[in-house]
Design a protein around this ligand. Structure first.
Ligand SMILES: Nc1ncnc2c1ncn2[C@@H]1O[C@H](COP(=O)(O)OP(=O)(O)OP(=O)(O)O)[C@@H](O)[C@H]1O
Ligand SMILES: [Mg+2]
Length: 306
């Protein structure tokens, strides 16, 4: 096995028409880590993954997957990558088993090897008893688990996961997290995009926050939290929150932000805020530790993206 980094991209650029959607991006993954690529809708995450897979041609920069240049040797590079695309593309006319078999054939895996892998993949997906069920009849969670299992058909060392848990219920999300931890224990390297900051905090050793095609912060989740936001957050709810912010909140917190009827007060010491709120019957509040979501919102803003 080569010692080259699982993925190294530098100065990556991509434009669609007049619009540059990936603007000089650098990425370097370490073997065995889960790296989170985070960003608002349209930040350029999926485009970045497609560039790294050689599915979209870059306008500039260089990409190497285990030392192999992409797109020049994308086909060879893809042999070592598993992919969970943002939108499921399972073949609805075939069964679960057939989907795994057909996908495996893209990798020229010998039929006997492929068939021998399928029971484990079905087990991994928790779908062993439904191998001959057609895709159409599966729930969203089952499809996502199957797509994840399908990504492992070529026994990849590196797995790209583009929002693997979007649209799943909390139970299904926990199952996927468990499977991803299993993959990390096996030594695989994961590149994960997600809009769930809790997911990134739980799974990722390092994350990059990207916006408008650029990485605007990168590091370990806890380090980013310590660098960018105060350690305590008091969320205040209620119609009276804006008035309370003007009268008390802004003086007692280091920083306040409001979204609709929720006021976010960021503080190094929350004691005075909490004491003040305890005397108010017309306001509800939640005191919690600062999270990666607070960093994300601070750096990318609270405006809606399309
Ligand atoms: N094939 C394409 N043709 C034209 N524009 C595209 C194409 N693919 C992506 N874009 C544009 O590039 C930008 C980045 O899209 P991308 O899908 O990479 O974002 P994303 O970060 O994955 O967003 P999301 O979180 O919504 O999945 C968007 O403005 C999108 O409209
Ligand atoms: Mg995307």
């Amino acid at each position: 096995m080569s010692a080259a980094a699982p993925l190294a991209a530098s100065g990556l650029r991509k434009s669609y028409g007049e619009r540059e959607v990936v603007c000089g991006l650098d990425l370097a993954l370490r073997p065995g880590e889960c790296f989170g690529l985070l960003g608002p809708n349209g930040a350029g995450k999926t485009t970045t993954l497609r560039l790294c897979l050689g599915l979209t041609d870059p306008d500039g920069g260089s990409i190497a997957v285990f030392g192999q240049p992409v797109p020049a040797q994308a086909r060879e590079a893809r042999q070592r990558i598993g992919v969970v695309p943002q939108f499921d593309n399972l073949d609805p006319d075939f069964t679960i088993r057939e989907n795994l078999l057909i996908f495996g054939r893209y990798f020229d895996i010998p039929d006997a090897t492929l068939r021998a892998r399928i029971p484990d993949l079905l087990e991994f997906a928790g779908l062993a008893s439904r191998a001959d069920t057609r895709i159409q009849t599966l729930s969203g969670g089952m499809k996502r688990r199957l797509t994840l299992a399908r990504a492992l058909v070529n026994d990849p060392e590196l797995v790209f996961l583009d929002e693997p848990t979007t649209g799943l219920d909390p139970q299904a999300r926990h199952v996927i997290w468990d499977r991803l931890r299993n993959l990390l224990k096996q030594g695989k390297t994961l590149l994960l995009t997600t809009h769930f900051m809790e997911e990134a905090e739980r799974l990722c050793g390092r994350v990059a926050i990207m916006d408008h095609g650029r990485i605007i912060a990168e590091g370990e989740p806890q380090t980013l939290i310590a660098q960018h936001v105060e350690p305590h957050v008091v969320e205040v709810y209620g119609e009276a929150a804006p008035d309370w912010a003007e009268l008390r909140g802004r003086a007692l917190a280091e920083r306040c932000e409001s979204t609709g009827e929720t006021l976010f007060c960021y503080a190094r010491d929350p004691a005075a805020l909490v004491a003040d709120l305890d005397d108010r019957d017309d306001l509800r509040y939640l005191h919690r530790r600062a999270s990666l979501e607070d960093v994300f919102l601070k750096l990318t803003g609270r405006e809606l993206r399309d």
